[in-house]
Design a protein around this ligand. Structure first.
Ligand code: MN
Length: 322
């Protein structure tokens, strides 16, 4: 393609600070080094609105839209994507979440995609890398640069699918979560070798401390219930770092489902002990959320209100007596 054909590439990936989501976005960007790449990192409950804000190509909207590590929920969002496709926007969708793959033939996903890769085989970052490596028509130089990014893609895949063959992948995830998706994306785009920048190293240190604080709160609020079917349901509160905290809470447990209310994101994270076979993506979907079999999440309005409601109960009595 002529150099004047600089395209605008809009990436919408899983955020706000998911390792795999950020690396998926950076992978798409690296294969489009000569184009103008705009990245939005959206939480699951923001994806429909983020997608519906996109303008069609003939109204100065993007030439390509890449939705990675993320899906959407409403038929209207699918219709909006089709309007974009009709205007000439090329739409790509790459995801590995079971809650998306299992619904892939639903009406909201009947979209005229230019390309689509849905698979549980790899994380979204690695699927995006494989897809672009096979399909991209970029220059040999851009391709070489993009392929140098593979060690980071591998780390994201290793962590996101709990493979944990690469001992440093949890540290990368913790650093990126602490620095935040937007900043981390910039760091990843600057990176020439697969080594943490100074900024990421500092974030890792801060993240380790914050994780300990979150774990402390979780340990202080553990509420266990043994269910008649043999499952152990263990709930607690945390402040961020739900994956890391959950790993500590299910470590010595059997047939355990962990539910963490994250006071920072106001969402609930579900995790399970290694011997537990409950499909958490289904459990989360029944609560209006989604995810993977071993890690999922949802939001519940009544939980956000619970502390204030409990406070009113307690203080109302004290105030009425005074
Ligand atoms: Mn992912």
């Amino acid at each position: 393609m002529a150099s004047s054909g600089r395209k605008t590439i809009q990436v919408i990936s899983h955020g706000p600070s998911c390792f795999d989501g950020v690396v998926a976005a950076a992978t798409v960007a690296r294969f489009h080094e000569n184009d103008r790449v705009v990245v939005s990192l959206a939480a699951n409950n923001e994806s429909d609105n983020t997608i519906r804000r996109l303008k069609p190509a003939n109204e100065r909207g993007p030439d390509e839209v890449w939705i990675t590590d993320l899906s959407w929920n409403s038929v209207e969002t699918g219709e909006h994507l089709n309007r974009l496709a009709n205007s000439g926007t090329r739409i790509y969708w790459i995801d590995h979440h079971r809650s998306a793959i299992s619904r892939a033939d639903q009406p909201e996903f009947k979209v005229a995609f230019a390309g689509k890769l849905l698979s549980e085989e790899f994380s979204a970052a690695r699927l995006a890398f494989n897809y672009l490596q096979a399909e991209s028509h970029t220059t040999p130089q851009i391709r070489r640069h993009a392929e140098e990014f593979f060690p980071i893609v591998e780390l994201a895949d290793d962590h996101d699918r709990w493979v944990h063959r690469l001992p440093e992948s949890p540290d990368w995830a913790l650093a990126i979560q602490t620095l935040g998706g937007v900043e981390s994306y910039r760091e990843l785009m600057r990176m020439r070798r697969p080594v943490m920048s100074r900024k990421l190293v500092r974030a890792l240190e801060a993240g380790r401390q914050a994780m300990q604080q979150s774990l402390k709160l979780a340990r202080a609020t553990i509420t266990d219930r043994a269910l008649p079917n043999g499952l152990m349901l263990r709930a607690a509160c945390c402040v961020g770092y739900s994956s890391e905290v959950a790993a500590e809470l299910y470590k010595d447990q059997h047939h355990a489902v962990i539910a963490l209310f994250d006071m920072r994101s106001q969402g609930v994270s579900l995790r399970r002990s290694a011997d537990c076979e409950v499909d958490l993506s289904e459990l989360a979907r029944s609560m209006g959320g989604g995810g993977h079999a071993a890690a999922a999440g949802f939001a519940l309005d009544e939980l956000k209100r619970a502390p204030a409601e409990r406070l009113v109960e307690r203080l109302a009595v004290a105030l009425s007596d005074s």
